[in-house]
Design a protein around this ligand. Structure first.
Ligand SMILES: [Zn+2]
Length: 66
């Protein structure tokens, strides 16, 4: 889930649990995490989470030595 930027977007969420989660994401209480598909490390940086690849592994794959 993407953290909503406006209260309007927050109100569009129907599930109470979604509202709680969205609010927590906005206040920084929670952070979305994902695992690096290359080494399995936990990722919390939004960019890394999105590509499912940590910065170190992203650089390694870019260099072509995976
Ligand atoms: Zn990795």
């Amino acid at each position: 889930m993407i953290a909503p930027d406006t209260d309007d977007e927050l109100e569009k969420l129907r599930e109470p649990a979604d509202k709680l989660m969205a609010a927590a994401l906005r206040t920084g209480t929670y952070r979305l995490a994902s695992r690096c598909h290359s080494c399995g490390a936990w990722l919390v940086d939004p960019v890394s989470v999105k590509r499912h690849l940590g910065p170190v592994c992203a650089r390694r794959e870019k260099d072509g030595e995976s």
